[in-house]
Design a protein around this ligand. Sequence first.
Ligand code: NDP
Ligand code: OXD
Length: 311
Amino acid sequence: MQGDVVVHVGAARAEWWRETLSALMPGTPIRLWDDVPDPDAVSAAVVWKHPPGGLRRFANLKVIVSIGAGVDHVFVDPDLPAGVPVLRITGDDLTQRMKEYVVWQVLALHRRGWELAEARAAHQWRQVVTPLAGRRGVGIMGLGRLGAAAAQALAGLGFAVHGWSRSRREIAGVTCHAGEAGLGAFLAASEILVCLLPLTPQTEGILDRALFEKLPKGAAIVNAARGGHLAEADLIPALDAGLLSRAVLDVARVEPLPQNHPFWADARIDITPHIASLIDPETGAGRIAANLRRFFAGEDLPDLVDPARGY
Ligand code: NDP
Ligand code: OXD
């Protein structure tokens, strides 16, 4: 490793990251964002939602590492130093957690768990009968590391799984669609729609009324990707109109979701606090340290982001 590493994370975890990376990268000075004695010595920045323009002060920056699989929080910076490679976090831990979350939410929607909870609360022995998984169409938007794994897990449970990506993918047991041309058929088959797309200019606001109208009437959506995918103003009207029956949101445009946000008061919307796939911090730090070592050793980098695609 050549040079210092600067870290930008929320204050609550900052010292933990400094200590953990220091232990994993002996001999490399790890600096917190507001405590950098020599900005010119910084060669790597490990960041989650850094202040826009803030990376400009590191004239010798060689690499930016996202603390997370998503890199939208990096590319949103209009003043990102040009040509500096960006790495993200991937790995079995992240994939497994997302797979669990998607299977959990899809099963709860499929088996109408909310109706059973309502009946239980009313002391009613109400049997809710649902079709077999094979007769339930589930659509996964985004067939990357997380989406492909979730699609395979659902296919393994017997669901009629459809997937949508930019380029055509082949996944056993999953009917794959691609691009704008494949979107209509994909949506028409998705009674439960799961968003696992990266947030880019092309996918911003993709979950909007026009898209809901193309789903089977009364479909449910699960957004486990980014709040920016959902046109928030369209959700409650779509539920009121019966276009959608339920929504599960793990992410929001503003996080934490503000206390006065109308989503909190709507029983048709389940909310989880961005926990779909929170990587175990030790595992995440290990992955970052290993990636930095690989980067400075000039080795292959599977977690390298393509800046032209933005994910
Ligand atoms: P990947 O980069 O591995 O995969 C992205 C997928 O989306 C690819 O299949 C890609 O297509 C597809 N895609 C991208 N743009 C478009 C488009 N315009 N139209 C159609 N398909 C498109 O991402 P991951 O699976 O690793 O992660 C997905 C997202 O999940 C992250 O970006 C992050 O925002 C979110 N996330 C959320 C977490 C949570 O806890 N809620 C935790 C971790 C991640 P192609 O295959 O052709 O490239
Ligand atoms: C991520 C996330 O992108 O936690 O990894 O959302």
